[in-house]
Design a protein around this ligand. Structure first.
Ligand SMILES: Nc1ncnc2c1ncn2[C@@H]1O[C@H](COP(=O)(O)OP(=O)(O)O)[C@@H](O)[C@H]1O
Ligand SMILES: [Mg+2]
Length: 434
């Protein structure tokens, strides 16, 4: 777009929103014209950075495949060919980012990247919290594992919301530590949802917030039941339930791998509740939520943490199992002799825990494999670097330095062989990395 300084000045004075038509939809930029130009540039640079970093990674993998081939030929090794094949498969699986073009960028701006977390998602150790003389709890020890759907139960005022806020770093505990695992991205749905902008339509907000076209925004909004004229409603006029629904839709769109929800069904009508349940049942990540809604807890929770008497107790059951266990505990407290029933309950419990342990062992194996593959790639890269250096040896080289580098090289190769042996063990066990 060619433009004189005069027109530009004029646009800057009168424009507060720039809508750009592109082949695949509309881009909205807020602010005056100058801001639009800067923002456009920023979005482009960001996309370019992501593209370039992926290209580098692809190049490294391609080089490595080439090396395996050469090694395979030199040593006539089937193993090396197999590794080349494996790496090729991984390369194929990479979701490639398109190269951004100056005039069209936002369509490819969002990359699907729901990354899984480590096994321990959130770990609370020895947490203690009081507000003045109001002691809520001490000695809270609680670990949220990958793919858990943990519900916190407790009477009103026992500190459920406070625990969530401690995790989110909104409230500091008096004692104890909170560890958030690697790769964890948290999305939080508070009890009362608010938005930073209210005098704007739902569709505009969504498209503005994520820098996506209006068309794309409407497609996303339809998934959370904002259809037809709903998308033109201003945020400020939405009901509490609609606000929660919009916020949840945003979290899901952001592909966070951990959701923290505080009484999510509180304001929801039946239809919205169904959308919420459906989304959570299909949700791929880890869930931590507070709810009084028995029906909802029954459907969603895989384990229950209950705050009682200023302590938190974990029940590794779903809601049904939790109720049975509570029952069992009361009965055994009353020294009630019903051995039969007790046995069935504890058997149910054992199978549940066993299943859970198996699942965790599987997850652990997967994670170990991913780790190993990463180390292999890293070591490979180091070897390549060292080979380059060792191959360009010149008179200026200090012999000691050369020897050091050479020894390092030999060591790395050694490590590599060991890692491959490890990798073969995984293959024997029939684990695959997808
Ligand atoms: N920022 C705060 N300052 C002082 N007291 C608070 C604060 N936040 C919560 N409380 C008090 O702590 C207790 C627990 O609150 P909360 O975590 O919201 O309970 P729950 O979510 O279980 O109903 C309540 O008695 C509440 O009044
Ligand atoms: Mg609360």
């Amino acid at each position: 777009m060619g433009m004189g300084s005069h027109e530009r000045y004029f646009l800057d004075r009168v424009v507060n929103k720039v809508i750009e038509l592109e082949s695949d939809g509309v881009q909205i930029y807020y602010g005056n014209y100058s801001k639009y130009v800067t923002e456009k540039e920023l979005r482009f640079l960001q996309a370019m950075k992501e593209y370039e970093s992926q290209q580098k990674k692809i190049k490294r993998m391609e080089d490595q495949i080439q090396r395996y081939r050469i090694w395979g030929e030199m040593r006539d090794s089937e193993k090396m060919y197999k590794r080349a094949k494996e790496l090729e498969k991984r390369l194929e699986k990479i979701d490639r980012i398109n190269k951004p073009i100056v005039d069209k960028k936002a369509a490819d701006f969002h990359i699907d990247m729901v990354e899984r977390t480590g096994r321990e998602v959130i770990k609370l150790s020895d947490i203690k919290k009081s507000f003045g003389s109001n002691k809520l709890f001490d000695d809270v020890n609680l670990t949220l594992f990958y793919k858990d759907s943990l519900c916190i139960l407790g009477e009103n005022g026992t500190g459920k919301s406070t625990i969530l806020k401690i995790i989110l770093n909104e409230i500091a505990p008096d004692k104890g530590s909170i560890k958030v695992g690697s790769n964890v991205t948290i999305g939080y749905l508070p009890q009362e949802v608010s938005f930073d902008k209210e005098d704007i339509s739902v569709a505009d907000y969504f498209s503005y917030h994520y820098g996506i076209s209006l068309g794309e925004a409407r497609k996303e909004l339809a998934k959370i039941l904002f259809t037809g004229d709903d998308v033109y409603k201003h945020i400020g006029t939405l009901s509490g339930g609609e606000k929660s629904r919009l916020k949840l839709g945003m979290l899901i769109y952001e592909k966070v791998n951990t959701l923290i929800l505080d009484e999510p069904t509180d304001h929801l009508d039946i239809e919205s509740r169904e959308v919420l349940e459906e989304s959570l049942i299909n949700y791929d990540g880890t869930l931590l939520f507070v709810s009084h809604d028995r029906y909802f807890v029954d459907k969603i929770a895989t384990c229950i943490a209950e705050i009682d008497d200023k302590k938190i107790k974990l029940y590794e059951f779903n809601y049904e199992g939790y109720k049975q266990e509570k029952q069992r505990l009361t009965e055994s407290q009353q020294v009630f002799d019903e051995t039969k029933e007790e046995r069935t309950v504890s058997q149910g419990r054992e199978t549940y825990i066993k299943k859970k342990e198996e699942q965790r062992a599987k997850e652990k194996a997967k994670r170990d494999l991913a780790k190993l593959e990463n180390s292999i790639l890293e070591t490979e890269n180091k070897i390549i670097e060292l080979e380059k250096i060792l191959n360009t040896v010149s008179d200026e080289w200090d012999l000691n330095e050369y020897n050091l580098k050479y020894n390092e090289y030999i060591q790395l190769k050694d490590d590599m062989e060991k890692m491959y042996e490890e990798l073969d063990k995984f293959n024997i066990k029939g684990e695959s990395h997808d």
